[in-house]
Design a protein around this ligand. Structure first.
Ligand code: GLY
Length: 337
């Protein structure tokens, strides 16, 4: 009895504090909407439609996820894949990963001159005892698997950007620059470019992929979050999945997508889960977080979805279970950039 009384008293004493803690928790709108596909950024719309065409015909989520990656890697003017921006030595190096509902996953990073890193990642998953291959080893494996060695040549947009960057040779991240279509981009201001996609199939299985040319003008050899399982992408077939875009180093520090899925397991909504991880990133260094963007998207096994970012301007595409695809802007921690 005493214990219960003490508990009640201490609860009453801390009610105001509890109230403020609850207020600072994410509101995470509970939505009845359900999705089959969700992708990062505006360009995710076409990516979703490519993935959904397969899902609609009964394909598995893993096939739709790979198709999403192939679609965007084919867009030579889209900055993901070989059309993306080079590192500071003028080389385009690609990172990608893929994961299914059974924790099977594959990844490649620092891969040069191969058009579809997402497909090489899938081969790593299916044909090797490993999860991750990098650099020359990844390229050798790709060639053995029948991929073609592409010409070493920058896309015209990337070449122009690189020439402009060389004038000052400084790296300065530009928030949301990856959301702009190349012909609207101020020359020399590409930042980094990442497409992450999550798919849910008619069997109720989840899969995802993440592909990028990484941060523009990065140091040669730099690898970001995108090919790292648990950072750029994570899928837990029993619960949900998450992927994201933005400053990879900051995502790696908090094992971003793994943490989001952990929050989903604790019963948080996808938006709440994304928000909690964004908050973790900001809390490491709130001042520094003013100058970079990270945005996450997440989806549960039931098709509930959500997104959250540090700054405004992070958009995502969602294909709802009624078959329509929309681009939406996520809520963000900072309300103005
Ligand atoms: N998020 C992609 C990268 O930082 O490389």
């Amino acid at each position: 009895m005493n214990n219960r009384r003490n508990f009640l008293l201490s609860t009453i004493t801390f009610l105001p504090i509890l109230g403020s803690v609850l207020q600072s928790q994410p509101t995470g709108k509970k939505s009845k909407e359900k999705a089959y596909v969700i992708s990062t950024w505006d360009s995710g719309k076409e990516v979703n439609e490519a993935a959904f065409r397969l899902l609609d015909r009964g394909a598995k989520a893993i096939d739709a996820a790979e198709e999403a990656g192939i679609y965007i890697e084919n867009q030579i003017n889209c900055c993901v894949g070989l059309g993306g921006n080079p590192d500071r030595e003028g080389k385009v190096t690609l990172d990608a990963c893929i994961m299914d509902h059974k924790f099977q996953c594959g990844s490649v990073s620092f891969l040069e001159r191969i058009k579809h890193p997402v497909s090489v990642a899938r081969k790593v998953m299916e044909k090797t005892p490993h999860v991750m291959l990098v650099g020359k080893g990844a390229q050798k494996f790709a060639l053995e698997e029948g991929f073609t060695l592409e010409e070493e040549k920058l896309s015209s947009d990337a070449e122009e950007s690189y020439k402009n960057w060389l004038i000052e040779s400084k790296y300065k991240p530009v928030i949301n620059i990856e959301n702009q279509v190349p012909d609207k981009l101020p020359s020399g201001k590409f930042n980094h470019d990442t497409m992450g996609t999550l798919c849910l199939d008619h069997e109720g299985d989840l899969a995802g992929m993440c592909t990028t040319s990484g941060m523009a003008f990065k140091m040669h050899g730099r690898v970001g979050d995108s090919p790292i399982i648990g950072s750029g992408l994570y899928v837990d077939g029993k619960t949900g999945a998450a992927t994201g875009s933005g400053q990879g180093e900051e995502v790696i520090r908090v094992c971003g997508t793994f943490m989001i899925v952990e929050y989903l397991k604790q019963g948080r909504s996808p938006e709440q889960a994304c928000r909690l991880v964004i908050k973790r990133i900001i809390d490491i260094n709130p001042d520094k977080a003013k100058s970079f963007q990270v945005g996450f998207i997440a989806m549960t096994k039931k098709g509930e979805f959500g997104a959250y970012s540090i700054h405004p301007g992070f958009s995502y595409a969602v294909t709802l279970q009624n078959g329509t695809t929309e681009v939406r802007e996520s809520d963000s921690f900072f309300k103005t950039s």
